[in-house]
Write a new protein. Sequence first.
Length: 135
Amino acid sequence: MDIKSASFHSPYGDRELTVTVCSYAVNKRLAIDLLCKEDGYWEPYAFLTVNLPEVPLQANEAFIKDFEENAGLLDFVLKNKLGKVLPGQEGHSGFCTYPKIAFDMEKLREFDPEGTGKYLRQSQQKKRTPKRKER
C-alpha cells in the first residue's frame, strides 16, 4: 500500500513526512502524529497537536506546537493545505502559546484514510451521545 507523504525542510534537515490521525484518550479530541521515512521505514517524528482540554474546540480544530523540536511544522501544515490558522484564537499553557488550526479533514484523509475515518465516526458518535444527568 502506498502511503502519501510530503517533503519537510526542518532546521534539522530535510525529511519526508506522513500524517496519522487519532484522538486523545481523555477527551477524544483530534490528535495528529507525524512519521518520517528513515532507511525505508516509517518512524515517529513528532506529535503535531497539543491537548488543551479546558479550551473549547470544534471536531476539526486543534492546537499545534511549532517550536523547539517542532520548529517549522506550522509551515508544513500550511504548505500542504492541511489546515488554516484561526487568527486571535491561540491556546496557552504555562509560558507557551499554541496556534489554533482548523484542519481540512479531507486533506488529512488523503494521508490517513483509516485514521481520519475512525476519528470522524467517533466525533459524530460523541455529538449524538447525550450527557447523563447527575442526581
